[in-house]
Design a protein around this ligand. Structure first.
Ligand code: NIG
Ligand code: FE
Length: 406
């Protein structure tokens, strides 16, 4: 008998995300799952559970609901203060995101508000965001700093992420995004020097990833290369905000340096798509940011043909995507970009996990993986994108524990 401290029973369809020949979602009908100390120890048809598993602990009755692995959001900016609702509304009536980056608006405005807030205040703001992630089915996030933009202020953002991971069961993978933009009033060359000589060495042990935004309003190709090369030498793994607003070398740099992800990619070229696929980089796509900036769609078909793995992310941030909902992003990717239900489901689980080096642990359900799963009020997993902007998550379980909002 296998001993368990948690079981979930009677999942109408339990999507393991372990593909078989017959089913890319590897689902078990009337499925059950058992866990011990936060990891899955058994998974199979419910009728076999009692014969094979001995339970000493909690039991969740899914009563026919769909069960999926907890979603994995591979691109979020959850540490910030202030609102940019006015900018969002101006864009809706024709203003461009790029033009909004001038005159102390855009990212600079969030940087100012974030600097004015102390760690406790930022934590109070971040906590409900963590709750919304969990409520909407996300159990793992990649979380960027990037609204501090100097040594002390970026350190503050890391403190907030640490505080957050103590206060919530949400799994948080920290990324240093000191190279978000050059902060106002600072000389560009001096800032890149400060990044490579002071900030990157200082945060080496606090972040798993280093990210840089390579695009017109942010960093040039040469600057991005210098920053990310230094980060790589220091042992960071890499992510790149690349070709979001204009064509550029960002995706090429991501491929050259073996980045874990290249993100956004609205303006990626066919050659760059091939280079990314060859490098084993994951394309982390951000449909909600694409939607609110009214940008052209990324070349999904070229990515598909090149077998470039596509992840779907919320890109939660105050400027382009004020949403913690991956199901909403999945709906957009289907409707606006023509992605299939299977592609977005795999994108919000398996591919997102791969981009975070968590393949086999998060974003799938199998023996040894995290016991992170969600119960859904949907007829099939494929129906998730069909529910537009309403939350169909009934329960979120992280590490074999049922989550209740804190
Ligand atoms: O992913 N591209 C840069 N960063 C964010 C937007 C940040 C902001 O506008 O505050 C993004 O879209
Ligand atoms: Fe971003």
């Amino acid at each position: 008998m296998i001993r368990a401290d948690f079981v979930l029973r009677h999942a109408g369809q339990l999507a393991t995300m372990q593909p078989t020949d017959a089913d890319p979602l590897g689902r078990v009908t009337d499925g059950a799952l058992a866990a011990r100390q936060g990891r899955v120890v058994w998974i199979g048809p419910d009728r076999q559970l009692e014969r094979e598993v001995e339970l000493d602990g909690d039991q969740v009755e899914a009563a026919g609901a769909c069960v999926l692995p907890g979603l994995v959001d591979a691109h979020t900016h959850p540490v910030f203060a202030g609102s940019r609702a006015d900018e969002f509304l101006e864009r809706a009536t024709g203003a461009s995101y790029r033009a909004q980056q001038a005159d102390e608006r855009g990212i600079a405005r969030t940087v100012r508000a974030t600097r004015e807030a102390d760690v406790a205040t930022l934590l109070e703001l971040a906590q409900p965001r963590a709750n919304r992630f969990l409520a909407n089915g996300t159990t793992t996030i990649e979380a960027k700093t990037g609204y501090g933009l100097d040594l002390d202020e970026e350190a503050k953002s890391f403190d907030v992420l640490l505080g957050l991971s103590r206060r919530t069961p949400l799994r948080i993978v920290p990324t240093f995004l000191g190279a978000h933009v050059v902060p106002s009033g600072v000389d560009r060359t001096a800032y890149v020097r400060m990044l490579t000589e002071e900030m990157l060495p200082a945060f080496e042990l606090r972040a798993e990833y280093c990210d840089a935004w390579c695009d017109e309003p942010a960093f040039s190709a040469a600057e991005t290369r210098a920053i990310l090369t230094r980060a790589k030498t220091l042992g960071y793994q890499l992510r790149v905000h690349a070709a979001q607003l204009a064509p550029g070398e960002g995706p090429q740099i991501a491929a050259e340096l073996g980045a874990s992800s290249a993100d956004h990619l609205e303006f990626v070229t066919p050659t760059q798509v091939k280079a990314l696929a060859k490098a084993g980089t994951v394309a982390v796509l951000c449909p909600a940011a694409n939607f609110t900036t009214q940008s052209p769609r990324p070349p999904i078909d070229a990515m598909r043909k090149a077998k470039l793995p596509m992840a779907i992310a919320s890109d939660l941030n105050p400027g382009t995507s004020n949403s913690e909902s991956l199901p909403f992003a999945m709906s957009l990717a289907c409707v606006e970009w023509g992605m299939t239900a299977i592609e977005v489901l795999v994108g919000a689980t398996v591919h997102a996990a791969r981009s975070l080096n968590l393949e086999g642990l998060a974003g799938c359900l199998r023996v040894g993986s995290f016991a992170d799963c969600i119960l859904l009020d949907a007829e099939t997993p494929e129906a998730i994108p069909y529910y537009l902007g309403v939350n169909r998550v009934l329960q979120t379980i992280v590490g074999g524990l049922v989550w209740h909002p804190s």
